[in-house]
Design a protein around this ligand. Structure first.
Ligand SMILES: [Fe+2]
Ligand SMILES: [Fe+2]
Length: 262
């Protein structure tokens, strides 16, 4: 099975690109199942019911989130109403929503787990212990893990920790795609960061002039505004054998709206 994981979809330009292109992307790359990180899909971060519905209608099977999960107040209801949108499993147990989902496609039961890191992030429970406990109760042929974290060391450690126990581990949050995609010794596909799907000529999706000023003036705060322009699409495809649950091939994907591969 070919599973596409899409890096953080950022703001209107990013989500419009996904709405208008995901069908063609799925056909071109022969994708069977699609996971996308939606924590920045609303213009001010977070997600809304309307955006979640639109992403799922246009071909996203599971939406993962991150530190911006509750940036919009309505996210509490979005998470409670739709089990296909998951938030980090290692948020406190009272948090709305769930940290993983298992979907039966008819060919395989695909589990998706969302975790959040603790290095240079807000406080959370331990992602290592949380995923260890969750795996004991999961019945799935294929399991993919979105490790939403700042530090590559924490993501790599999670990749090795889960090697042979899950089909794939990918990182999100830093919005910059890493070139370290590979299959670990136990058969787990791994990439430290998928990158983002949003305006390319920006700093992580925010107008670059604002972020340059922020650093030039040593942290002076400006209102972040979304950038405008050409979108780039960033993600990774995991080819997984449903019988063994192992990744047999991994392919990093990145292209711009002006240079479509299809
Ligand atoms: Fe994030
Ligand atoms: Fe993000």
């Amino acid at each position: 099975m070919r599973i596409l994981a899409i890096g953080d979809i950022v703001a209107e330009d990013g989500r419009e690109f996904v709405y208008n292109n995901l069908n063609r992307i799925r056909d071109f790359y022969r994708i069977d199942f699609c996971i996308a990180n939606g924590e920045n899909s609303a213009n001010t971060n977070g997600i809304t019911a309307e955006i979640a519905d639109a992403l799922i209608t246009r071909g996203v099977d599971v939406i993962t989130m991150g530190n911006h999960t509750f940036a919009n107040r309505e996210a509490e209801h979005v998470l409670e109403d739709n089990p296909n949108i998951i938030r980090p499993l290692n948020f406190p147990p009272e948090t709305e929503g769930v940290g993983y989902v298992v979907k039966d496609t008819g060919i395989a039961r695909i589990g998706v787990i969302n975790l959040i890191g603790r290095v240079d992030m807000s406080p959370a429970d331990c992602p290592f212990h949380a995923v260890e406990r969750a795996l004991k109760g999961m019945d799935a042929d294929i399991i993919l893990v979105d490790m939403h974290a700042e530090a590559t060391s924490e993501r790599l450690a999670m990749g090795y920790f889960l090697d042979g126990k899950v089909s794939g581990v990918f990182g999100t949050h830093t919005h910059v795609q890493t070139a370290d995609e590979r299959i670990l010794k136990g058969g787990t596909g791994y990439i430290s960061d998928l990158g983002m799907t949003g305006v390319e000529d920006s700093v992580l999706g925010v107008k670059k002039e604002i972020i340059i000023d922020f650093y030039y003036h040593a942290g002076k705060r400006y209102r972040f505004e979304k950038a405008e322009g050409e979108v780039w699409f960033n993600g990774c495809i995991f080819d997984i054998d449903p019988k063994t649950g192992k990744t047999t091939a991994i392919e990093r994907v990145r292209f711009s709206s002006s240079n479509l591969p299809y």
